[in-house]
Design a protein around this ligand. Structure first.
Ligand code: ZN
Length: 85
């Protein structure tokens, strides 16, 4: 038997740093493409090379908002900008 190093990938949430784990603990993927295939099964969201865990809080929502900006709204010249705070 020969011992060989292998490369494996883990996924961490870009909003909170949580690592994607299944019921048995850490989850390793053989390649990045496998991550994109498997992440949705764990309710994770994949945005290109970014990943978001299923946690729902302000930090995660802000992350989604940055990646998927709302439709630009037309603003008439001279119209006051409403600060939504
Ligand atoms: Zn997270």
């Amino acid at each position: 038997m020969t011992v060989s190093p292998v490369t494996a990938y883990t996924v961490t949430c870009n909003a909170c740093g949580e690592t994607l784990e299944d019921d048995g603990g850490g989850t390793l993927f053989a390649d990045p493409a496998s991550v994109a295939d498997a992440a949705p099964a764990y309710d994770w969201t994949v945005f290109g090379d970014r990943h978001l865990c299923p946690t729902e809080d302000d930090a995660h929502q802000a992350f989604i908002d940055r990646l998927m900006p709302p439709e630009p709204t037309f603003q008439a010249p001279g119209q006051l900008t409403v600060d939504e705070g």
